[in-house]
Every structure is written in C-alpha cells, then in structure tokens.
Design a protein around this ligand. Structure first.
Ligand SMILES: Nc1ncnc2c1ncn2[C@@H]1O[C@H](COP(=O)(O)OP(=O)(O)OP(=O)(O)O)[C@@H](O)[C@H]1O
Ligand SMILES: [Mg+2]
Length: 452
C-alpha cells in the first residue's frame, strides 16, 4: 500500500484490535468518514476476496459524499485498478475485496440486505437514525470465515435525531478509548472521539467559520459540532427524566381494588392508535413496589401500529378499535371509560357524528382530556417521570408490557424550534396518550372526581 497520511485520531483508530467494535463519535470534520474508508481499504488488503464490506447511510445523497471520499482514496492507492460500479454502488478492489455502499432508511430497505453476509459493517452518520432498531438488525448480517474477525464501526456527530440513544449506548460508558462491554451487542466497544481541530488536512480556521454560519441560531449545536461534546442539551425530550430502572415495572396480574383507573386514548387510523389502562395509587404497596399516593401506573397498552413503522397505524376504524379496547378492559375486569384527545370529539360531518360517538355506540365512553397546552402536559409528564422512585411524591410508572411506549417515548426528539416541545414528526402517539391520561388527573385535582 502506498503512503497515506493519517490524523492522530485515524492513527489511533487503525491501531485498535480488529475484535473491538468502534463508535467514532465526534465533531464535524474530524475525519470520521475518511477513517471508515481507510478501515474498508485495510480490511480488503488483509482478507482479499473474502472481505465483504458494507458501508451504510440513511440516504442516497449521503452515499454520494462517501463515493467521493472512496474515489479519492482508492484512486490514490490503486489508480485505475479499483473499479466502481456506480449504478450498484459497488467497489471491486484489485485484491478481490468487495465494498458495497448501501442505503438504509426503512424496514423495506432492509430487505436488500436480508440473508446476505458481510465481514465489516460501517455505519456512517448514525445520528440520523432516531432509533437503533434497524441498525441493530443489520448485525445479523455479519458472518465470515472463522479467521476473519467480524466488526461493526459506527460514526456519528452529536446533536442529531439519534443523539440520545447513541450517547447513552456508546459515549457515557467507559470514556474515550477505553473498551467496555455494550449491552445490546454484548461485544467490546471503544468510543473514539475526534474534532476538526485535530484534522490537519482541512483549513481549520475556514472550517470553523463555515460551521458557525451553518448554525447561526443554534449555539448548542455549534458547540457540539465544534467540540464533539455529547452532553449537549439537544438530546431526546425525556432523556433526563426517563430511566427504565426507576420507571418500568414487570406486568401486573390485576389492578388492586383500592386503585382508581381510567383509559387514556389517542385516536389514529392511518396513524397509530394508542390506548392505556391508567391506574392511580391511593398510596399502596403492589407487586413488590410502593406507589406513593397519586402515583400513576400505565398498566396495559393497546397500540394499533405497524411493526415495521412506528409512525403508521393499522387502518382500524373507531368501531374496530372500540372492540379491542373492550377486550382489553375485560382482561383487567374494568369498565371501558376514560379520556381521549380533543380531535375525537369533533363532528366529522358524517351522519355517524364524532369518533367519540362511534366509541360510545360500541360501549366505550370517552371524555375530552382536560384542555391544556401541550407544554403544560409535557411538564406534568416529565415531573412525574422524574419523581418516580421517590417515597413521598407521586411518580409515573410504566409496565414493561407497554412495548410501544418503551420503543418510542425514550427516543422522542425535541422540537428544534420550540425546545420545550416534543418534535411531533416522530412517533409521539404513546407520549400523547400518556399526556392525556395525566391531564385527567389535573381535572380530578381541581374539580373533584371525574364522573363518567
Ligand atoms: N487522512 C486524510 N488524508 C487526507 N484528507 C483527509 C484525511 N482525513 C480526512 N481528510 C479530509 O478532511 C475532510 C473531513 O474529513 P471527513 O469528511 O472524513 O470528516 P467527518 O468527521 O466525516 O466529517 P462530518 O462530521 O462532517 O461527517 C475531508 O475533506 C477529508 O477528505
Ligand atoms: Mg462524515
């Protein structure tokens, strides 16, 4: 291989044992993408035609950036002997190595990779993925001969939609360059930071000015991009208050008789529809835990949501949903009554009236959730999540049976313009239903018990 120069970060990354997976999480321009190309190149040099590298980006536009990097680097090393098939996004190196540049955004895209084997998986701009689920699936495609170490290398900048899960999983673990056992993959990982400041191949002063003009109204994002700091306050909306060890409980058998209960419902048909069985503690011990008076438990969940897209519903009508709600209530031996979002009470103009009317005809009684602006509702939810586990104030607890809650709420992003609000382009339906359920509380507190 001819002489290539490296940044200190790249040098250090290349000297890590291949058995260790890497999270390259740094500021902008630190040389991460170039480092991924270097890793691909070395892997092919080492393992020749047994090397099968997959480089992944969320979009095709992102892939084009990497095409340029690889053209430059592979051109430098192999001249015209390395061949690129632009329509298949495929490199064939003279040593027989195979490098595919792939796009992965949805579960439908995953079909392109199902059943195929790779020996090195490079995931660039992982911060673009609001949830880790698709990327975690890709690990099942890592297979190779015994003497080829299989490896995943993930790169990301702080401040993106995936900031929270990435920071939690890779950054706030062992500290830079120290190996740690990562829980999901059960493999050894290293967090390898970098910033533009350590990249001698760019005009650093000019690069800084460029970044400053890229985020004129967002000093926190600028700081994250300049310093690669993952402690910025742009993470997930509930990141600071939601903690599985405090907020989650194992599924119950029954709701104690002394507890109050109601349903909380967020209607959707094309969008997910979510209903919770909400129970309120009178100040009681139940199934091994103490719930201070006023504490709320989400005991069960009915989520009509597509498995491959957390933001799409199953197309259920109100009547179908009502039947499922009644079935859930039967299992808990409770009456089907509760609160729902305002939109359920709007008259649709059809003879059938509102969605709530349709539910009522099937025997499910909904009242409008108390009117309050979104932010008031979110603040109540955050406070109760934060208070869970305290012995003397009401907290919010969620059963592990509520899988849609657990697969969405921890990852919801902040609204980039209104930082006190949840980014409503994400799958916020569980959070909404929960919020309605809590607003029922405020009514109970201010105007006495709710009668339905
Ligand atoms: N070893 C190297 N030799 C020559 N040029 C390099 C090297 N490493 C990085 N560069 C150049 O530095 C610039 C920034 O590198 P790169 O794109 O890899 O950074 P990055 O960390 O991926 O940035 P971003 O955070 O914006 O994705 C690129 O123009 C790249 O070509
Ligand atoms: Mg990059």
């Amino acid at each position: 291989m001819m002489q290539i120069e490296f940044t200190d970060f790249q040098q250090r990354l290349l000297s890590l044992p291949e058995e260790v997976d890497v999270f390259a999480g740094g500021g902008r321009g630190g040389g991460k993408s170039y480092a991924l190309a270097l890793l691909a190149l070395r892997h092919c040099e080492q393992y020749g035609e047994r090397a099968r590298v997959l480089y992944l980006r969320k979009t095709y536009a992102g892939l084009r950036d990497f095409e340029l990097v690889t053209r430059e680097l592979f051109g430098l090393v192999y001249g015209t002997d390395a061949r690129y098939n632009g329509s298949e996004h495929l490199w064939r190196l003279p040593n027989g190595g195979y490098i595919e540049l792939g796009q992965l955004e949805t579960h439908a895209d995953y079909a392109k990779y199902q059943g195929r084997s790779f020996t090195l998986l490079l995931i660039d701009e992982a911060g673009q993925y609001a949830q880790p689920n698709l990327l975690d699936l890709m690990r099942s495609n890592l297979r190779g001969a015994k003497d080829i170490p299989i490896r995943v290398v993930v790169a990301a900048n702080p401040g993106g939609p995936g900031h929270h899960w990435i920071a939690k999983r890779y950054v706030f673990q062992a500290g830079p360059w120290k190996p740690f056992r990562e829980g999901t993959s059960k493999r050894l990982w290293v967090y390898a930071p970098s910033t533009y400041d350590g990249n001698q191949f760019i005009d650093r002063d000019q690069y800084r000015v460029q970044l400053e003009s890229a985020c004129p109204t967002d000093p926190e994002l600028l700081r994250a991009w300049l310093t690669g700091d993952w402690a910025v306050n742009r993470g997930a909306y509930f990141a600071m208050v939601l903690d599985e060890s405090r907020n989650a409980f194992d599924p119950w058998q029954a709701i104690p008789e002394s507890w109050d209960y109601w349903l909380a419902h967020d209607f959707g048909s094309a969008a997910p529809s979510v209903t919770y069985v909400v129970a309120q503690s009178p100040g009681d011990q139940h199934e091994g835990a103490f719930y201070p008076r006023g504490s709320i438990a989400l005991v069960d969940e009915l989520a009509a949501v597509r498995r491959d897209n957390l933001n799409m519903g199953l197309g259920w009508t109100a009547a179908t949903t009502a039947e499922e709600v009644i079935a859930m209530c039967k299992r808990w031996d409770i009456k089907p009554r509760g609160v729902a979002d305002d939109a359920c009470f709007a008259k649709s103009g059809l003879s059938s009236g509102s969605i709530a009317d349709e539910f009522a005809r099937k025997g499910v009684t909904f009242e409008p959730a108390k009117k309050a602006d979104r932010i008031t509702g979110w603040q109540l939810m955050r406070r109760m999540l934060a208070d869970a586990g305290k012995p003397d104030v009401p907290g919010l607890y969620i059963s592990r049976a509520c899988s849609y809650f657990w697969s969405t709420v921890p990852y919801l992003a902040r609204d980039q313009k209104r930082v006190e609000d949840v980014d409503s382009t994400g799958p916020d339906h569980a959070a909404d239903a929960c919020r309605y359920g809590l607003l029922r509380l405020r009514r109970a507190a201010s105007v006495g018990p709710l009668r339905i």
